[in-house]
Write a protein that binds this ligand. Structure first.
Ligand SMILES: [Zn+2]
Length: 185
């Protein structure tokens, strides 16, 4: 006869050392190892989630090392707010979609470093180009090229709206190109 004890009710146990809760939440091991997983309880996957985001610039081994170090694990050494809002970040902030599933919401509000100094014309130009601050000249240029391609009248059967949109895009680009507020690189 075999009794079922607590340990067998969960197939997986949270990987956080010392934690005995069920590892019901799956996390990719690293950005470049998305098919390899770690399993955590809800609380610890939240921490893992934050830390993963924070260490996004490091390579997989460095992230691993930090996560395994208990002392850094237990303390919020990462900045909890005030992260920049670059588009490439958007999918990393909540990589496992937990915010929606578990009602954990509270994504950091978009953070506009130094955007106070932008003129209304520059803000408008950002809107037209669908860009958010902060950004680089290279990013402006590449978005401009992309939008010109998309809205060029030739690509839209000579449509009047496309022509109008293209004018706005050109004006927005001129504004930003002449802006003193963009980094010079
Ligand atoms: Zn846990």
């Amino acid at each position: 006869m075999q009794a079922t004890d607590g340990a067998q009710t969960h197939q997986r146990v949270c990987e956080q050392p010392g934690c005995r809760l069920g590892g019901d939440y799956r996390a990719p091991r690293a950005r470049d190892r998305l098919n390899e997983h770690r399993w955590f309880c809800l609380e610890h996957i939240r921490e893992y989630n934050k830390k993963w985001d924070y260490f996004a610039g490091l390579d997989a081994d460095e992230i691993e090392a930090h996560i395994r170090a208990d002392t850094t694990w237990r303390r919020p050494v990462w900045p909890l707010g005030g992260r920049s809002s670059g588009g490439s970040y958007a999918h990393i902030i909540d990589p496992f979609g937990l915010a929606d599933d578990a009602g954990l919401g509270e994504k950091p509000a978009p953070h506009y470093d130094g955007s106070e100094q932008l003129t209304p014309a520059e803000r408008n130009a950002l809107d037209v180009l669908e860009l958010s601050w902060p950004l680089t000249r290279a990013a402006v240029k590449s978005r401009y090229k992309e939008l010109v391609k998309r809205h060029h009248p030739d690509a839209n059967g000579g449509a009047r709206e496309a022509e109008e949109k293209l004018k706005q895009i050109n004006a927005a680009y001129s504004t930003l190109r002449a802006s003193e507020h963009l980094p010079t690189e």
